[in-house]
Ligand binder design. Sequence first.
Ligand SMILES: [Zn+2]
Length: 369
Amino acid sequence: MNSSLSLGKIMGIPVWLHWSFLVVVLYVAWAFATFSAPIFGRTYGFAGVEPTGIRWGFSLGFALLLFVCVGLHELGHSYVARKSGIAIKSITLYFFGGVAAMEEIPRNPGLELRMAFAGPAVSGVIGLVCVVLANIASVPDDRNPFAIILWTLGVMNLILMAFNLLPAFPMDGGRLLRAWFATRMPYITATRTAASVGKMFAILMLVVGLFSFNFLLLFVAFFVYMGASEEEKATAINISLEGILVKDIMSPQVQTVTGQMTLHELKELMFQQKHRGYPVMDGEKLVGIVTIADLQNVPDEERSKTSVEQVMTRKLYVIAPKEEAAMAMKMMNEIGIRRLPVIDEGRLAGIVSREDLVRAIELSTGRGF
Ligand SMILES: [Zn+2]
């Protein structure tokens, strides 16, 4: 959490500000202080405001308010999630928007629909309120800075709403579309269909972006394409592992080593048994894990003098046999490891590796990834 600044708790949810956010607040303040154009006959942007101090003050105030609005959009999602009993661990505001870290969302299309809709709804309401207030503030003079800040904020919130409603992952619109499909077809088919719509959309944006030399659009197209592929893959993996428990796929016969074994002996063992990692035991107790990478870090000539104990990883991540296989997958991905010891009532019951998971996915879907 070093890269983020705590803003305290809102609705009981810790809110963090990523440093990239501050850079973009300044960029937005600069962009709007040097730009002005009429939109629907009203002044948008602060370039025409005099004197300079007022112009920059309002532009900075606008940039800060805009990001408060981004935060409110995110809180909109979180509010609906929390009301339905989903725990929100935190919200972090990045330069491109907010990210709410929440526990696994149950596969419930109705809830997903409401959750995805809540964010754009918040942006839409703020947008409309600002537009109405701007109309009031612009009497008698449309160029007064209060009218400009309200109008600019209103337009930006409506753009935020529209952008998030694009029917493509990872935008809210993609989730809305998937939830809507999911009320009519199996979840995996719904995800695939929504992902194809997103990809078609991305290709369309790519073509338009190329012909109009709009690089921002090209960037968004790429972002949307990647988002669609990733969502499709993650859902397929979760669904194919559904109902499979760690104990169904783990290897129960575990070869273990002791901490006193030398790395030279360990290398011989790895050659013979073709395993890439071993749990390290002290009697009945698991004390660490040693992998081929730990071995490779020590030069050949040192290996007969170095013990497993000296190089093993002591920080242990373990899983219980009754946990879902999808959970093991999630842990391995998040921590960046390839195998997890399986501990049953304090005793080592087996080991589950990424290969075991891939095999389970292949067997249940009839195809690999
Ligand atoms: Zn959103």
